[in-house]
Design a binder for this molecule. Structure first.
Ligand code: XMP
Length: 322
């Protein structure tokens, strides 16, 4: 049995030994795995590491700030943020099919990351290593081979191009998620980041049913922020696996809001309990919490006039709607 402090000391020594004085890059997704992996490598080799955070414009409220401000303040990591939201939104224009969305987002992500990596390599005089937050369950799932250069948080939207020749550093390969969270806490990462629920690589792009537009993203972001704030305030985060909030952007229904009739959109709450996301059950959240969420969303997000609860287990329903 290892304590997080022991894992940290041992990993830092091993990483330092392996990397020597070479240069390293790491893509941050805002999720806990890449955040912990990068912090660990930074602890070992300091500013030989440069992190890249691609803002694809499909993030939730506050996520970019959490990485740029809180995470950087906590770790001292050197961070390059690429604001690519325009590019992703143009590429997604007219796209409603879920798989096409994933492919489009994956393709753009690789192009943006590749460009950023090339610029860093140029400035640093060559980059030898790429850090990835691969966990033990990912290693087992992929047959245990030495990793190919895919970006884990986007594993099902594409990998890195084959001509990117980095050696992989995967310091979390022997750890489970709960151990990674403990290690993150030991490294002093922001608590909200360490405790974060899973969030898909394609982000809000696959939580808007229909075409993804800037206006629709704004609506969903506002509704999602209310759901997360109320769930955290109610202290239920640890009881659930995740709670996607989904905007049915092509559906309208009649409502009465404020002074008159509206013809707005529904949002779906999809709170689920799960061990590993392979199967899931819908979470029996308190009615009072659901009521608060519903009245806040319909009161504060004027384009939404209905809040509905998804009571489907997985199977048959997947966790995400797309
Ligand atoms: P489903 O919807 O298949 O989701 O029941 C299972 C888990 O995987 C997450 N998910 C994704 N994660 N890229 C990701 O990185 C994706 O394209 C993607 N699709 C689903 C989902 O949030 C859930 O935790």
């Amino acid at each position: 049995d290892w304590t997080p402090a022991e894992i940290l000391t041992e990993q830092v020594a091993a990483i330092r030994e392996r990397i020597g004085d070479a240069k390293v890059i790491c893509g941050l997704s805002g999720g806990v795995d890449s955040a912990v992996a990068a912090a660990l490598v930074h602890r070992a080799v300091g500013d030989q590491l440069t992190c890249v955070f691609v803002d694809h414009g499909l993030l939730r409220a506050g996520e970019r700030e959490q990485v740029e401000r809180d995470y950087v303040a906590a770790t001292g990591i050197r961070l390059v943020t690429v604001d690519a939201s325009e590019r992703f939104l143009s590429a997604l224009a007219g796209v409603s099919d879920p798989e096409t969305k994933r492919k489009t987002i994956g393709r753009e992500f690789i192009r943006v990351f590749e460009r950023a990596a090339a610029e860093i390599a140029e400035a640093e005089g060559g980059v030898k290593y790429l850090v990835q937050g691969t966990l033990y369950p990912d290693v087992v799932e992929s047959g245990g081979g030495t990793g190919t250069a895919t970006i884990k948080s986007h594993h099902n939207v594409g990998g890195l191009p084959e001509d990117m020749t980095f050696e992989l550093v995967e310091p979390l390969r022997l750890l489970f998620k709960d151990e990674v969270r403990l290690l993150g806490a030991e490294l002093g990462l922001p608590p909200a980041m360490v405790a974060r629920h899973p969030f898909p690589g394609p982000g809000l792009g696959i939580r808007i049913i229909g075409e993804v537009t800037r206006d629709r993203l704004q609506i969903l972001r506002a509704a999602d922020a209310i759901v997360r704030a109320e769930m955290t305030a109610a202290g239920v985060d640890a009881q659930i696996w995740q709670c996607p909030v989904v905007l049915l952007a092509d559906v309208r229904s009649v409502g009465v809001q404020g002074d008159g009739r509206t013809y707005g959109h529904p949002v779906v709450l999809r709170p689920v309990s799960s061990e590993d996301a392979m199967t899931a059950d819908w979470s029996r959240l308190e009615y009072d919490l659901l009521a608060r969420i519903s009245s806040r969303i319909t009161g504060e997000v004027t384009e939404v006039n209905r809040v509905v609860l998804d009571i489907t287990s997985k199977p048959p329903g997947t966790i995400e709607w797309e």
